[in-house]
Design a protein around this ligand. Structure first.
Ligand code: ACO
Length: 331
């Protein structure tokens, strides 16, 4: 362990990259597949279209594309990375871990590389893991990837779920940053009493995949209960992370929320008095991309000019598990 005096004071994001498939699935397309309407989907969720990975492509290909962009932005090469955290609930395979596939293909030297499954909260959990590893001197530069291809486990006969999900990936390099910048406060939690409110009942060791349980591999959800959980946990998660950072809500420039439902985001905006300029909303274009949602939000914010050096932002996510987490950082 390095001496305390050499440990980094401030840890944050050195580079960000994203990748989404080119294929677009619109609400009009879904109207032809299930009993739904563009009007219902937009008014109940805010989603207009979502990206769907092409047949034959592996989710890790998106993760790798995003990672190369993050490295390029950080001005680093694969040999500068000493830890890989690949956040996903839709890995390429149950085994090997997607982190290992990515590490091998990118030529990252042998290192700690692991998958982290916290569904839609995955990226926040990964970011917080990376923060702890760098802050404590265990790692120097961590590649955190959030990549999910929900479409591979979506039942396109189930209108309650198929309208919600999209595919995508994002990645950041986490390392030492200028003092006063970077991650300022974290909060994370799990409520396993709601573990089965979002589930895939086959494909694991309890119900190994078989010809008889194909339907059970799909994502099923008690939408109403998850919605209540999300609205209930959103505010306290933001407040706890701000408390850890020693900041007040008035000092926040930008909210980067998980994009699951526009109504969940609007309820948080109302609670905190945020105006649309201070919130990232890209659910219309991407739908719910699970672990990719937060890095895609950061990328959108940057493109819209909302995220520049010094911007104080709160990243907040929630999802299956039930899990939630928030991170405050100065960009
Ligand atoms: N088109 C038309 N009607 C629909 C559709 C659809 N796509 N989907 C559901 N309906 C119908 C239902 O059948 C129901 O009809 P009924 O009243 O005749 O029974 C009616 O609309 C209302 O259904 P609800 O499920 O109560 O609709 P709700 O307003 O709750 O919206 C939604 C559903 C969008 C899923 C919402 O509950 C939600 O966003 N929940 C949170 C999801 C979430 O945050 N997930 C995050 C985690 S995902 C992860 O971790 C992988």
């Amino acid at each position: 362990m390095p001496p305390l005096s050499t440990l980094p004071q401030s840890v944050g994001v050195l580079g960000l990259g994203v990748s989404v498939p080119e294929r677009v699935l619109t609400n009009a397309d879904l109207e032809k597949m299930v009993d739904t309407t563009d009007e219902w989907i937009i008014s109940r969720t805010g989603i207009r279209e979502r990206r769907i990975i092409e047949e034959g492509r592996a989710p890790s290909e998106l993760g790798i594309e995003a990672s190369w962009k993050a490295l390029e932005e950080a001005g680093l090469s694969p040999t500068d990375i000493d830890t890989v955290i690949y956040c996903t609930f839709t890995p390429d395979y149950p085994m090997p871990p997607s982190a290992c596939i990515l590490q091998g293909k990118m030529g990252i030297p042998p290192c700690l590389a692991y998958d982290l499954n916290a569904a839609c909260s995955g990226f926040i959990f990964g970011l917080q893991n990376a923060y702890g590893l760098v802050k404590s001197g265990v790692a120097k530069r961590v590649l955190v990837v959030g990549a999910d291809c929900n479409s591979r486990f979506t039942d396109y006969k189930d209108r309650g779920t198929c309208v919600l999900f999209g595919d995508g990936a994002g990645a950041v390099v986490v390392g030492e940053v200028e003092e006063g910048r970077g991650i300022l406060g974290n909060c994370a939690g799990t409520d396993g009493t709601g573990a089965f409110l979002i589930h895939q009942m086959s494909g694991g060791a309890v119900n190994p995949p078989s010809a008889d349980n194909v339907e059970d591999q799909y994502i099923r959800m008690n939408g109403r209960e998850v919605y209540k959980f999300a609205v209930g946990v959103f505010g306290p998660a933001v407040e706890q992370a701000l408390d850890k950072a020693g900041l007040k809500i008035e000092e926040v420039d930008l909210l980067v929320p998980h994009q699951a439902n526009i109504r969940i985001i609007e309820s948080a905006m109302q609670r905190f008095g945020f105006s649309p300029e201070n919130v990232v909303i890209n659910i219309g274009e991407y739908g719910n991309t699970s672990a990719a949602s937060i890095p895609l939000g950061l990328d959108t914010a940057r493109q819209q000019g909302k995220l520049t050096a010094g911007t104080v932002c709160v990243l907040v996510a929630f999802g299956a598990g039930l899990t939630y987490g928030a991170t405050v950082l100065r960009w």
